[in-house]
Ligand binder design. Structure first.
Ligand code: AMP
Length: 217
């Protein structure tokens, strides 16, 4: 299965990506996670990406495309992959199509999670992320057992700087202006599958698997 997830920030792509990657035994490749790991480790890539991610703007395509191209050459991605957070604009979608065409391994599907803005804001402002393993929690809907501690790895939970209200507003406008056009791109390619992203995490997982099974052989 070669899959990309599409949808606004806060639609639950990251949460569903973990489940879907395990279900299909494919790597979960999150460009946001890769940038955050590089920022934490203060690599050159991290230093370059930080000002963009902090403001909720897109890291330049030249950097992001190259990073994804390299990641897709790893052994674990040779029998499929799930991309979460990439592509984020039509130029990236075209780039991905081109590098996959070189290997004659086109995408199987683009799974879109649709959600209203009011719900997105509610989810993002309450989101807490683990510094250790990157898992997400929510202060109302998915509370950790202890407020500031990750249930999965014991790491510290924090609010991502880009989950503050003013940065969220910018991320939503970046999504509408730059990312939403990839929905038409994938519809035209015959690859788009859309599911509503409202409901319990497990319900959405079931919906995603059902939609993918119906659409992909
Ligand atoms: P995410 O965790 O997917 O919300 O990504 C966090 C931030 O990383 C985004 O707001 C961007 O600054 C950067 N980022 C992630 N994926 C991309 C991408 N495909 N292109 C450009 N910037 C990205």
């Amino acid at each position: 299965m070669r899959l990309v997830l599409v949808g606004p920030p806060g639609a639950g792509k990251g949460t569903q990506a973990v489940f879907l990657a395990a279900h299909y035994s494919i790597p979960h490749i999150s460009t946001g996670d890769i940038f955050r790991a590089n920022i934490k480790n203060e690599t050159e890539l991290g230093k370059l990406a930080k000002s963009y991610t902090d403001a909720g703007n897109l890291v330049p395509d030249s950097v992001t495309n190259e990073m994804v191209r390299d990641r897709l050459t790893w052994d674990d991605a040779q029998n499929g992959f799930l991309l979460d957070g990439f592509p984020r604009n039509v130029a990236q979608a075209e780039y991905l199509r081109a590098i996959l065409a070189e290997k004659s391994t086109p995408l199987d599907a683009a799974l879109e999670f649709s959600l209203e803005n009011s719900e997105i804001i509610r989810r993002l402002t309450g989101r807490r992320t683990c510094r250790g393993c990157g898992s997400s929690f929510h202060i109302e809907f998915e509370k950790p057992a202890v407020d500031t501690i990750c249930d999965k790895c014991g790491g510290e939970l924090y609010q991502r700087p880009d989950d503050s209200e003013e940065v969220i507003a910018n991320r939503l406008s970046v999504y509408a202006d730059q990312t939403a056009p990839i929905i038409s791109f994938y519809r035209n390619e015959g690859l788009l599958i859309t599911i509503p992203a409202l409901g319990e995490v497990s319900e959405i997982s079931t919906r995603a698997i059902a939609a993918l099974s119906a659409a992909v052989n």
